[in-house]
Design a protein around this ligand. Structure first.
Ligand SMILES: C[S@@+](CC[C@H](N)C(=O)[O-])C[C@H]1O[C@@H](n2cnc3c(N)ncnc32)[C@H](O)[C@@H]1O
Length: 220
């Protein structure tokens, strides 16, 4: 079975062998999200700030002052909107592969269209960075994590929220999507960051997580 796993991954949506993103696949992913941008039901432009996914990021980052923050794979910037509201002096950048998604981001946010696997930012310029349900689309996961860590300064904070490979199959997913094992992402973050932890989370802090969502928190 071992060689089968090496060739095809474990079949549970986890990372398996490193994947390569061809220009054609990147175009396909961008086109898919451009087309989905009009679907406000599944790709909303706002989020209830009480949702624990938001609260956890706010707490991990603390008072950002005039710091720079990157929303990595921001979509319409629903998280960035709250981070900016709670930290009015901070400079929040929404970054996404889809310009159509970014066009919904509220004014006042920086907007950059690029790919998570090759960020157009200098090393160590952000005080904090996060990726919510976007890493699952990055294909070259180790590259995307390395890039996110590169652009954060030493002592800066990183948060990733994404889906748990143990629940793979719960929804229909596009061919490129991957869900994650807790330890794999911990290991990848751990090669760039000095403190890494992970936890299961639910939408509401007082509701027992059902296992679908994982959060990884790190300090570079
Ligand atoms: C499920 S949406 C999540 C959006 C947002 N983070 C949120 O929680 O509302 C996934 C987003 O990742 C973006 N995305 C996919 N691949 C990307 C890549 N390689 N680089 C940057 N963004 C990417 C998509 O365009 C899409 O907006």
């Amino acid at each position: 079975m071992f060689w089968l796993k090496l060739l095809f991954g474990t079949g549970t949506g986890d990372l398996g062998p490193a994947k390569q993103k061809t220009p054609e696949l990147e175009r396909k992913i961008r086109a898919s999200f451009d087309a989905s941008s009009s679907d406000e039901e599944h790709f909303p432009s706002t989020i209830d700030p009480r949702i624990f996914h938001v609260q956890l990021i706010l707490r991990h980052f603390g008072d950002l002052g005039q710091g720079r923050v990157l929303d990595n794979g921001s979509g319409k910037g629903r998280f960035a909107r709250v981070i900016q509201e709670r930290n009015p002096e901070a400079r929040v950048t929404a970054m996404d592969i889809s310009e159509a998604m970014l066009s919904f981001a509220p004014p006042g946010l920086g907007r950059v269209s690029a790919t998570m696997t090759s960020l157009p930012f200098a090393t160590g310029v952000f005080d904090a960075a996060y990726a919510t349900e976007s890493l699952e689309h990055a294909v070259e996961i180790d590259k995307a994590i390395a890039e996110m860590c590169r652009v954060v300064k030493p002592g800066g904070r990183i948060a990733i929220i994404d889906k748990n490979a143990e629940h793979w199959g719960r929804f229909k997913t596009p061919e490129w999507e991957r869900w994650f094992n807790r330890k794999e992402v911990e290991r990848m973050l751990g090669t760039h960051c000095r403190e890494v932890s992970s936890q299961l989370i639910s939408y509401w802090e007082d509701v027992e997580p059902d296992g679908l969502f994982l959060a990884w928190l790190a300090v570079k």
